[in-house]
Design a protein around this ligand. Structure first.
Ligand SMILES: Nc1ncnc2c1ncn2[C@@H]1O[C@H](COP(=O)(O)OP(=O)(O)O)[C@@H](O)[C@H]1O
Ligand SMILES: [Mg+2]
Length: 476
């Protein structure tokens, strides 16, 4: 005989519906005429039909059986009684493909009576496979940080990208507690925090993260996951690396600041320079009289004062360049001549510090369109920084290479000084940023402005040891 349930279990059709949804296998309920009255999600997933395509349609949409549902029921019971429980039936998915599954029909004592058709082995639909592939790809390939935690705070899944960024090894941290996986990092600095499991959620939160080699700007989403009973089941966190976008933001901010400083500079630089010119003139007069009257000590003082005034003047000039670089005078510039002219200055400064200069591009540089004097200033500044960074020994090398794809010449100025730490490198082009006691912090800001004005680019790379500045220019 068919299995029947006591009335109290199947009291209402509503309960039957709920019950069906919780079953892991595919189920549908049909009335006496064979019309489908309810389906569960497992059936929808497995067959590829929508709910509407099944409910209110005859059951042979799914089971291509030439008889009534009552006949099918009896047939299955007959097979079950021979011992092969459960029997097999043929089913059809939306694409019309036929396959076999073990099936059992039960008739609960509901009112009106219904046939509850259980299909135990429906093959997973191609959509299910697709979903699995997508999840797999998110975890392994996509450039997305994914971390899934269970309710105990153990890492259930973590994507490759998250591992790379967080400096973890996937095989090691799966099933490991976050306190262990992130040991050594104080709780407040962790990306994956315990509070995720306490219902704290994040949406598009900008966070930064620094691992041993690099600083990342991240956009983070996280959410607590609840089970059907409303209890916390786990949590997940998703993040994208938006370092590029953020550094663009920072560049814009820096340019704004530069423009503002420029305005102030333009307004005050002349005010400083004019009085300086008269002070300088009178000092020179004093100097002459002191010389004539043999006042050697006083003459020496004026000497010092004049040097200091020249320093102020130089500073103000740099300052002015920032605001309104002397209008670029476009001309065809032979970079070879530029370097022939600045090398003696660079070499004499290098010599003072016991540094060798290796200029490898003699006579090989192309012509560019730019401004002779301003370009000299750029290369001098960068060479000077290199020499200052190396201290009392080292090699300053000047090479070039052609970026064929973008039609740019790159002049590469490399020093083997201590390098620029990652937390500093973002700031070196900011006006007034300096790490030197005697520095102005204007050198690179001015260089950047000049190169930018003539359509080029400055890049810096410094990995741990040594620094290379690349000055990229369109060439002829
Ligand atoms: N070649 C280099 N090696 C290491 N640090 C450098 C180098 N070039 C520039 N810097 C850093 O960038 C900062 C800003 O440089 P710059 O704008 O020329 O100003 P200044 O030389 O007056 O400090 C320097 O103080 C230094 O910290
Ligand atoms: Mg400098």
């Amino acid at each position: 005989m068919g299995i029947t349930f006591p009335l109290d279990l199947w009291g209402s059709f509503q309960r039957l519906k709920h019950f069906m949804q919780y079953l892991p296998h595919a189920v549908f309920a049909a009335d006496r005429t064979g019309r489908i009255v309810e389906v569960n999600e497992a059936l929808i997933r497995a067959t590829g039909y929508t709910r509407e395509e099944l409910v209110n349609h005859p059951f042979f949409q799914v089971l291509p059986y030439r008889g009534t549902i009552g006949q099918l029921h009896s047939e299955l019971i007959a097979i079950e009684e021979t011992g092969s429980v459960p029997a097999e039936v043929e089913y059809r998915n939306k694409e019309g493909k036929l396959a076999k599954t073990k099936a059992m029909i039960v008739v609960p004592q509901s009112d009106p009576p219904l046939y509850m058709v259980n299909l135990f082995q429906l093959n997973r639909s191609t959509d299910d496979n697709l979903m699995e592939k997508v999840v797999d790809q998110l975890i392994t390939e996509a450039n997305l940080g994914v971390v899934v935690l269970n309710v105990r705070g153990c890492i259930v899944e973590i994507s490759q990208m998250a591992c790379r960024l967080l400096g973890l090894e996937r095989g090691k941290v799966i099933n490991q507690h976050i306190d262990k996986a992130f040991a050594g990092i104080p709780e407040e600095h962790r990306l994956v925090k315990r509070e995720l499991l306490e219902g704290v959620k994040m949406q598009n939160k900008a966070m930064s993260w620094t691992n041993s080699s690099q600083r990342y700007e991240l956009l983070v989403d996280s959410e607590t996951v609840y089970n059907e009973a409303g209890q916390v089941a786990g949590a997940y966190i998703l993040f994208k690396d938006v370092t590029n976008l953020r550094s663009l933001d920072q560049k814009i901010e820096r340019n704004d600041r530069l423009a503002m400083i420029g305005q102030i500079a333009a307004g005050t630089a002349h005010e400083i320079r004019n009085p300086l010119t008269s002070i300088k003139g009178f000092l020179q007069m004093f100097q002459q009289s002191f010389t004539e009257s043999g006042m050697e000590r006083e003459r020496a003082y004026t000497e010092i004062m004049l040097t200091e005034i020249n320093r102020i003047n130089a500073l103000v000039s740099e300052f002015l360049l920032l605001s309104k670089p002397r209008d670029v005078q476009y001309q065809i510039v032979d970079l070879n001549i530029v370097f022939e002219e600045i090398l003696p200055i660079v070499e004499s400064q290098a010599l003072l510090h016991g540094i060798d200069v290796n200029y490898a591009s003699r006579g090989q540089l192309p012509m560019v369109v730019g401004d002779n004097e301003l370009l000299k200033q750029v290369f001098l500044n960068i060479c000077k920084n290199g020499i200052e960074a190396m201290g009392n020994e080292g090699v300053l090398s000047i090479h070039h290479h052609i970026d064929i794809e973008r039609d740019l010449i790159s002049i590469d100025i490399h020093d083997n000084g201590p390098g620029i730490p990652p937390y500093v490198i973002d700031k070196i082009f900011d006006p007034f940023f300096t790490t030197k006691e005697e520095g102005t912090g204007l050198g690179l800001a001015v260089c950047q402005k000049i190169i930018h004005d003539i359509g080029g680019q400055i890049r810096v790379s410094s990995k741990g040891y040594g620094t290379t500045f690349q000055i990229l220019l369109p060439y002829l």
